[in-house]
Structures are given as structure tokens and as C-alpha cells.
Design a protein around this ligand. Structure first.
Ligand code: HEM
Ligand code: SF4
Ligand code: SF4
Length: 376
């Protein structure tokens, strides 16, 4: 178990809330809290990932500043979340990248895009500013692309998998074969619907201001589903390439294109909306967290789809080389930063919501049970 400033503050906050319980209707955090008398770091990591930072409990709290208790549940949870992303990162020393996230992601993107532009210019020589018969593969061959993204993708998957297993174990879940599947489905449903961004009464969360609003939920849904559709576009293109010997580029009515256009639209509107809300949001419920981590992830998602859509329009022109290099640079930066940036929150939140569904069904604590109680 760890003991840090963030865990100490989150435990203090939860102990006061557990005596008050005024906010129990708001969200899963308070219902999970009520099953407990003590808050160790495992329990607090679980509660932090259950908190959707909707702000409702901050605006309704009689102990919030200027009260001497200075109670701010969303801030305590957001700061702890930021800390635990680093704790579960693999390899461990890379966890430091969660601090100053925006800075190193910006630096990485400049380096990677420059490398792509320079590499492509050297490889294509005089043809850098020419249209190519076979569009992208006339600029960089399929085999080179597959080798580069395959190698990076393999490492990213491994890093994500190890982090997820570490968090899974802390959450005390059994092996995937022994899971309570109806509860897993409930957790997935709560994650996909972003249930706890509804403020507890279906009116929406207190974000960006105290007035309830569904805006964050809708923009997040567009971002999430946009991302999933772009993933489906790449996967269907891979199946067409290897399974049916049909290489890119594809027509406008093909599956990769339809998924890509729809997903690209979601991934432009969603992150842009979230960025605008963030610029207007009350600072207090967010706490002293690294705003750069959210912003850099949002900007990368936005640029991935913007450059992807631009590439679609210029693919038969002399600008294909420049646009492809910029797009690949942005996608590569997104890939490399995935295990060490905001992307990881999706997995931890999903696992926390599955645990909550199990605890709620069984009316007993799963996370944070000390080993002697587990044996009993
Ligand atoms: C299991 C699924 C997911 C759940 C339950 C979830 C939930 C949340 C919640 C509650 C927030 C607001 C609190 C915070 O800033 O941490 C958030 C923020 C965010 N999520 Fe997700 N998320 C999921 C997956 C994803 C995925 C797959 C993406 C995109 C690839 C994504 C993109 C974002 C972004 C960009 C933010 C920052 C938004 C902002 O700063 O306002 N999320 N997510
Ligand atoms: S946030 Fe404030 S009002 Fe809500 S349960 Fe905690 S102490 Fe009570
Ligand atoms: S900020 Fe919202 S989600 Fe987080 S504990 Fe408060 S009411 Fe629950």
C-alpha cells in the first residue's frame, strides 16, 4: 500500500463524506464508499477511477471552501488519478512521463513529424512533390509502413497490457475465466453510456459551470465513438489487404472509407468541443492536475482525424507526400504516447465500473480487503 499526500487527502475527504453521506445519490463513488470504514490506497485508486469529475458533489457540499474543512472531492480524486496513472505505468520509470505530459508530447510530435517529413523527402527525392499512381504506397511502401507501425504497436500493446494487469490485480478481480459476466456487461454498459456524467439526476454534470449540462457527455461520446470507428476503418482495411488481396486506396463507398469519414467527423467535433468546454471550465473541481495531459491528448486526436481527412482530399495531388508524412507523424506520436498519457484512463475506468457492478450486486467490498480478511 502506498501513502502519499494524494492518498492522505483522498482518505481524509472520504472519511468526512462517509460521516455526512449527503451526496450518496450522485454517483458510484459514494455508494462504493458506504461499503467501507477504512480507505487504503487500493480502495482510493478504485474510488478515484470511479469519479467522473462531474463536479456535482463539489457544488452541493456544505464543507467546500471557504468552509474550514476545505472539502473538494473531485479535485482530490482527480489529483489521485493523475498520481496512480504513473503508479501503474510499465516500465515503471516511464510513469514519470505523466508529469509534464503536455510538454513532452508536444516535443515528441515535433520530432516525429520532422523525421517523417525528412525521411520521406530523402526516400522520394525529386518525386516528393508529385502525384503517385498508387497514392500513399507510391510515397512509402506498404511493407515499410507495416514494419514501423507493427513494431511500435507491439510495444504499445505490451505496455498497456502490463499496466492493465497491474490495475486489475489491485482491484482484486479474479481471472477473466472466473468473472461474473452479467456484472461485466453492467460495467461495460455504464462505461459506454458514461452513466455518471449525468450528475445523478439525468440532467447532466456541473461542467463547465455549476449549471447542469450534457455537453461533456455528448462530446466525449463523439470522441470515443469517433476513435472506435477510425480503429474499425484501419482494421477493415487490414482485413481487405491481407484477407482479400485488396490494397488501399479504397473507394468512397468501401467499409474503410465509410468508417473513416464517420469516425473522422466524430474525432474532430468531439475533441474540439471538449477543448472549448475545458477552456471555460471552473478550475476548482479539477484540482491541481496536469491540464497539459488532457489538452495534448485532445489535440492529438483532433489532428489525427484532421490530417487523415485532408489526406483523403489530396491523395491524388502533388501534396500527397507532405500530407502523408504529417499524418503518419501525428498517428505515430498518438501511438507512442498512448501508454503514458490520458488514453489509459479508459481501461482503468472500465475496470473500476466492473468492480462497482460486482460490489453493488454482492453488497460487499471487493477492493482494498486486507489479506487476513480475504483468507477468512
Ligand atoms: C471505458 C471507456 C471510457 C470511460 C468510462 C471514459 C470516461 C471519461 C471521463 C469520466 C472523463 C472526464 C474526467 C477526466 O478528465 O478524467 C473522460 C475524459 C476524457 N476522455 Fe474518456 N473515457 C473512456 C474512454 C475514452 C477513449 C477511448 C477516449 C479516446 C480515445 C477518451 C477520450 C477522453 C478525453 C480526450 C478526455 C478529456 C476530456 C476533457 O478534458 O474534458 N475516453 N473520460
Ligand atoms: S461532498 Fe460534502 S456534502 Fe457531499 S457527502 Fe461529502 S461532505 Fe457531504
Ligand atoms: S465529482 Fe461527480 S463523479 Fe466525482 S465524486 Fe463527485 S459526484 Fe461523483
Amino acid at each position: 500500500m502506498r501513502s502519499t499526500d494524494k492518498t492522505t487527502e483522498a482518505a481524509r475527504v472520504m472519511s468526512i463524506c462517509n460521516a455526512c453521506r449527503y451526496c450518496e445519490g450522485h454517483c458510484a463513488v459514494f455508494q462504493a464508499m458506504e461499503l467501507r470504514l477504512e480507505f487504503n490506497s487500493d480502495t482510493l485508486d478504485y474510488l478515484a477511477n470511479l469519479c467522473h469529475n462531474c463536479g456535482a458533489c463539489y457544488h452541493n457540499c456544505q464543507y467546500a471552501p471557504p468552509h474550514e474543512f476545505q472539502l473538494n472531492v473531485p479535485a482530490a480524486m482527480a489529483e489521485l488519478r493523475q498520481e496512480n496513472y504513473g503508479v501503474y505505468a510499465w516500465p515503471g520509470f516511464m510513469g514519470k512521463l505523466f508529469a509534464n505530459n503536455g510538454l513532452w508530447v508536444s516535443f515528441l510530435s515535433i520530432v516525429v513529424i520532422t523525421l517523417f517529413l525528412g525521411g520521406t523527402a530523402i526516400l522520394t527525392g525529386d518525386d516528393f512533390f508529385s502525384a503517385h499512381d498508387n497514392a500513399f504506397y507510391g510515397v512509402i511502401s506498404h511493407d515499410v509502413l507495416a514494419a514501423m507501425f507493427g513494431a511500435v504497436g507491439g510495444f504499445v500493446l505490451l505496455a498497456l497490457l502490463v499496466s492493465i494487469v497491474k490495475f486489475w490485480r489491485t482491484m482484486n478481480l479474479p481471472s477473466p475465466f472466473r468473472l461474473d459476466y452479467p456484472r461485466v456487461m453492467q460495467g461495460i454498459k455504464d462505461a459506454l453510456s458514461l452513466k455518471y456524467l449525468d450528475g445523478g439526476n439525468g440532467q447532466g454534470c456541473s461542467y463547465p459551470s455549476e449549471t447542469p449540462s450534457m455537453a461533456r457527455r455528448w462530446f466525449h461520446q463523439m470522441t470515443f465513438w469517433g476513435f472506435m470507428l477510425c480503429f474499425a476503418a484501419t482494421s477493415s482495411a487490414t482485413v481487405l489487404h491481407y484477407g482479400f488481396d485488396l490494397p488501399a486506396p479504397y473507394g468512397y463507398l468501401s467499409l474503410p472509407k465509410l468508417f473513416g469519414i464517420l469516425g473522422g467527423f466524430g474525432l474532430i467535433v468531439g475533441p474540439a468541443g471538449l477543448l472549448i468546454l475545458k477552456a471555460r471550465a471552473d478550475a476548482a473541481p479539477k484540482g491541481k492536475t496536469n491540464k497539459g495531459m488532457d489538452v495534448s491528448f485532445l489535440v492529438l486526436l483532433f489532428l489525427t482525424s484532421l490530417t487523415g481527412l485532408c489526406l483523403m482530399f489530396v491523395r491524388d495531388t502533388q501534396y500527397v507526400g507532405v500530407m502523408l508524412s504529417i499524418h503518419l507523424g501525428v498517428v505515430m506520436t498518438l501511438f507512442l504516447s498512448m501508454p503514458y498519457g490520458k488514453f489509459v484512463h479508459g481501461f482503468y475506468r472500465l475496470i473500476a465500473l466492473i468492480v462497482f457492478a460486482v460490489e453493488k450486486n454482492d453488497h460487499k467490498q471487493v477492493v482494498g480487503v486486507c489479506s487476513d480478511k480475504k483468507a477468512a
